[in-house]
Design a protein around this ligand. Structure first.
Ligand SMILES: [Zn+2]
Length: 357
């Protein structure tokens, strides 16, 4: 390692890519040792109200299986927590998606989060979190999934709306109790999701190392309402050249010749930069996203006299379910299963217990 930025980039790249790189070397990474969940590890709550009905008049009763214990590494406070699976899922939905989103979008998020969790849980034959030994999963959103405790959540909201918001998140999780995504009879290993698309999602193979059949590019219109749909950033020529030259890729850009040294060579089906040449070296758009700290790999570059300006569309890696896209779909009346089947092509929604017998 030559410098800190190289170390940081390498660390980020490892966090983002290693699971996919490793998985990409073989066939699908399927849980091979599917274990039954012991009765003692299960608990049930009954009778929940569902504030998801639009007129607020319907009360739905359903039974909630809180699931087995999950070991969650709290990456912010460096400690291992243990809780029931469904308590964890409530915290993920709260941490990953605004409670103000449509209930059907929150339900889609709950199913995606649960699918991600169970495919990693040792109790279901998963391998746990690769970053934290002994943990099933961690709360680092760049590695596993964001998570926030109920207490933190309630503190972050105004007292007037806190109980209503938490009830909505609880309803989203509880009403999808035990539901997971399945492809070809196997739980989906990479139910990836991200904040905002550019109008289309990305093929996983264009962004990461492997093309999963359920992670295909689909159009995702009307996300202009998202706060990070577009963003702009500019660098002085000197700053721009330095960022590339210090990136660890062995690039030598001359700040006086940037427009001839940096060229976008290829774009993905989803619109992101797939291949870009910088000083004779080929990089991916994701590499450049990391080097320049961009919101996504979907960008255009404009070389001005003394600066380089980049216009970026979307926020996140662009693979799988767009959270803002899910909210748009839900706002148009789509149900959570329709949202999930749209963003994860070819999947089915199944009860955990029909898979892990
Ligand atoms: Zn993790």
């Amino acid at each position: 390692m030559k410098n800190i930025s190289l170390m940081m980039i390498t660390a980020v790249a490892m966090i983002l890519f290693i699971p996919l790189i490793i998985n990409g070397l073989g066939k699908y990474n399927v849980p091979v040792n599917v274990k039954p969940i012991p009765e003692s590890a299960q608990s049930q709550n009954t009778v929940k109200t569902d504030p998801s009905s639009r007129d607020g008049s319907t009360i739905t009763e359903y039974t909630v299986d809180e699931g087995p214990e999950i070991k969650v590494f709290d990456a912010q406070n460096n400690k291992l927590m243990k809780m029931k699976l469904e308590e964890y899922i409530r915290g993920v939905v709260a941490g990953e998606m605004p409670a103000g989103f449509e209930i059907e979008a929150l339900k889609a998020q709950a199913v995606a989060a649960r699918t991600y969790a169970i495919t990693r849980m040792l109790a279901y034959g998963g391998k746990g979190c690769a970053e934290h030994q002994g943990a099933d999963i961690c709360t680092d959103p760049t590695h596993c999934q964001a998570w926030i405790s109920k207490e933190e959540c309630l503190k972050s909201w105004s007292p007037v709306e806190a109980s209503e918001k938490w009830a909505k998140i609880t309803a989203a999780v509880d009403s999808t109790n035990n539901m997971i995504l399945v492809y070809d009879a196997v739980p989906v290993m990479y139910p990836m999701y991200f904040s905002t698309s550019s109008g289309k999602t990305e093929n996983s193979g264009d962004i990461f190392s492997y093309q999963y059949p359920y992670l295909r590019s689909v159009s995702s219109p009307d996300e202009q309402v998202a706060p990070k749909f577009t963003s702009s950033v500019s660098f002085s020529n000197d700053e721009f050249a330095k960022k590339f030259n210090q990136s660890g890729y062995g690039i030598k850009l001359d700040k006086a010749k940037l427009s001839s040294q940096v060229k976008v060579l290829e774009r993905t089906e989803g619109g992101s930069v797939k291949k870009i040449s910088a000083g004779g070296k080929n990089l991916t758009g994701m590499n450049v996203r990391t080097i320049l700290g961009l919101n996504s790999a979907n960008f255009t570059i404009e070389f001005r006299k003394n600066e380089v300006a980049l216009n970026v569309i979307g926020y996140g890696h662009g693979v799988g379910m767009s959270q803002w896209g899910a909210n748009v779909m839900a706002g148009k009346g789509k149900k959570f299963d329709e949202v999930l089947k749209y963003y994860y092509q070819g999947v089915e929604i199944k009860n955990i217990k029909s898979i892990y017998k």
